[in-house]
Design a protein around this ligand. Structure first.
Ligand code: NDP
Length: 330
């Protein structure tokens, strides 16, 4: 038996609690991993609170990511003692996830932990930070460079936003952080933001085109915020869109695309091909300032995970939440 957060559903009612579950229920993945750390991401909060149909089968162990140490492997790529990280692939949605003492997953889903990064730092980064790096890579692939002008990051105080701000600033970009919590400006400036724009300046119905300002954008909010960002893009600007913290809708027009040649690049971390994942993790290990990462981290105990989840949906989380599960493995 091992400990896990378990989501159960009976007659439409969802119950979530820490429970002791059987190793036999772990699934048929080739690699067994002792989980050292997991995290809470926005999607985990949706799963735990049941506010969106993230979980596809019950009972489910939530946790879309974890870092840990391989204990058994039928995949020749891994041997006991290997340190690994996992993000996505439906783990915590369709397959039992990382908010547990043990995970049993397919070898191809794992990424070896890059040199120079600890198991705790890996989950400080977590899926939010790995997605932030995918967004940076999407801007680069679209031809955005630091010389092109200002880059805006929306939902900047959250997990994806905080890491994106730090990564872009480290890459020499002039980052403007868009936030609904301007009282947290010192935190965002500490991560490298050169300026702050208040969320309300990016809300309301978007005009087809507004004054051109942004060379690039990382958007985690969607809805009117993304529509306003699109209308403010410079000619040939690129937006990396990964989130829906504000809304799933996109009330925009074709004007930014056909009159300014703007590119909207979607970023999907869940099914992202392995070579891109490996590149993202290697670049995170090399370029993310670990002191800045530390400033983003708040630890939440395994027993307090369920109580902490609603904070995400109320927009109260700043930076990243790390859940130590077996930190002695580090
Ligand atoms: P967080 O909750 O940590 O951050 C979201 C931030 O968005 C908040 O901190 C807040 O920032 C802002 N925000 C919250 N609510 C609203 C609102 N109603 N209107 C406008 N802004 C709002 O979440 P994450 O950073 O972990 O994730 C952000 C989004 O990205 C989520 O939608 C998540 O599902 C998505 N995501 C997608 C991935 C993918 O593969 N595509 C992977 C990872 C995340 P502030 O207070 O600064 O305004």
């Amino acid at each position: 038996m091992y400990d896990a957060i378990l989501i159960e559903k009976d007659d439409g009612a969802q119950r979530v609690a820490r429970r002791s579950v059987s190793f036999e229920d772990l699934g048929d993945g080739e690699v067994a991993v002792d989980v050292a750390y997991s995290t809470l991401n926005y999607k985990d909060a949706l799963a735990i609170t049941g506010s969106s149909p993230v979980v596809r089968s019950f009972p489910m162990v939530p946790g879309i990511d974890f870092s840990g140490v391989v204990v058994e492997s039928r995949d020749p790529s891994y041997v006991p003692g290997d340190r690994v990280v996992l993000n996505g692939w439906g783990v915590g949605e369709k397959h039992w996830g990382g908010l547990a003492r043990r995970a049993q997953v397919r070898g191809e889903w794992l990424v070896p932990l890059p040199e120079g990064i600890s198991l705790r730092q890996a989950m400080g980064i977590g899926t939010a930070g790995y997605t932030a790096m995918l967004c940076v890579m999407a801007l680069e692939a679209g031809g955005v460079s630091p010389e092109a002008g200002e880059v805006v990051v929306t939902g900047a105080s959250g997990g994806v936003g905080s890491v994106a701000t730090a990564l872009l600033a480290a890459g020499g970009y002039t980052v403007i952080a868009a936030t609904g919590r301007p009282e947290g400006a010192a935190y965002l400036e500490g991560l490298g933001a050169k300026g702050i724009i208040e969320r309300h300046e990016l809300t309301g119905a978007a005009r087809p085109l507004a004054k051109a300002r942004w060379a690039g954008a990382v958007d985690v909010v969607g809805g009117e915020v993304l529509a306003n960002v699109l209308s403010m893009m410079q000619p040939r600007g690129v937006v990396a869109a990964c989130g829906l913290a504000g809304s799933m809708a996109l009330p925009t027009s074709v004007a930014p695309f056909i009159l300014r040649g703007v590119t909207l690049r979607g970023v999907d971390s869940v099914m992202c091909p392995k070579p891109e994942r490996v590149e993202a993790w290697q670049r995170l290990a090399k370029t993310l300032d670990m002191d800045k990462l530390e400033a983003m981290i708040r630890e939440v105990a395994f027993d307090d995970v369920v109580a902490a989840a609603p904070d995400f949906l109320e927009g109260k989380v700043r930076g990243r939440i790390v859940v130590p599960i077996a930190p002695e493995l580090s």
